[in-house]
Design a binder for this molecule. Structure first.
Ligand SMILES: [Zn+2]
Ligand SMILES: [Zn+2]
Length: 277
């Protein structure tokens, strides 16, 4: 039973960017647990807008954030999230939002994480735009529901959602021949698209938490690999479709193979590269 690990436990979300709005309700749908809010400055570990350079990986940063949350609360578990933005790893030139969500126990024996990449992001920036370019940019990134950051030569202003404030900053820069950049503010509470991706990542995390290992009984028994090769129903040759999932325990490394995870034992010849090249 997974419940014994989570029921009536206290969970802290290591964030000051209101991510609990999406994470908390999804946990409460499954478990009877309590959430503790924290007000820790996780920005000290690195920010998106580049004032503080990130030196740790997403995994290491998330672990550090959880440790910070444990210091200031008496929570049993902590959840930390890390987002990174840039070109999609396989779809070139398509911007992507990669979210990493980590759930950790105070003694650090239980660490479960999930990663999710989405192209549903407005991540973008523009340098010294003309009036028209700025207009088009703001429409494209869904301003003002999605806030922006203004970076001038003398001034950085974050979380801008008021067009008058943005226009003032831009006119001042133009009048003084200063260069400036406007970029999407990717902090979760400034960016509803990112909140949505964090929500999807939470579903993935909960799916992992909500399955326990048949060998050691700890939560976090999850699919680590999908193996291709489902046979074609006409010629019997292996196709690119998934034949089996390999589930691995994140704690004791116990493994299990789940054949035919989609519930079908043969693939339609439409998807066979021999029958339908
Ligand atoms: Zn195990
Ligand atoms: Zn075939």
């Amino acid at each position: 039973m997974i419940e014994k690990w989570i029921e009536n436990k206290r969970i802290a979300i290591a964030s000051k960017h209101q991510k609990q709005q999406v994470i908390q309700p999804l946990f409460l749908d499954l478990f009877n647990c309590t959430f503790i809010s924290t007000d820790i400055d996780t920005d000290l570990l690195g920010t998106f807008s580049g004032e503080i350079e990130r030196k740790l990986s997403s995994y290491e940063t998330a672990i550090e954030k959880c440790r910070m949350a444990f210091k200031v609360t008496d929570a049993d578990y902590a959840i930390a999230s890390e987002g990174s933005f840039g070109p999609h790893p396989t779809l070139f030139f398509v911007p992507a939002d990669e979210e990493f969500l980590l759930f950790m126990s105070r003694d650090e024996k239980l660490i479960i994480w999930a990663k999710h990449i989405s192209t549903e992001t407005n991540y973008n920036q523009i340098d010294n735009p003309t009036e028209q370019e700025l207009k088009d940019f703001l429409i494209r990134i869904q301003f003002p529901s999605h806030k922006v950051i203004f970076k001038g030569e003398k001034k950085i202003e974050k979380g801008i959602e008021n067009i008058n404030i943005l226009n003032q900053l831009v006119s001042y820069a133009r009048q003084n021949n200063h260069t400036f950049r406007i970029e999407t503010d990717m902090r979760a509470y400034c960016n509803p698209s990112r909140m949505k991706v964090i929500e999807e990542t939470t579903h993935k995390l909960l799916e992992k938490i909500n399955s326990n290992c048949p060998s050691c009984d700890l939560p976090g028994f999850s699919v680590q690999e999908a193996v291709k090769g489902l046979p074609c129903s006409q010629c019997g040759l292996p196709t690119q479709s998934t034949l089996k999932h390999i589930k691995v325990c994140q704690h004791c490394n116990h493994q299990e193979e789940i054949f035919f995870p989609r519930g079908i034992k043969e693939e339609d010849p439409t998807y066979c590269s021999f029958c339908n090249p």
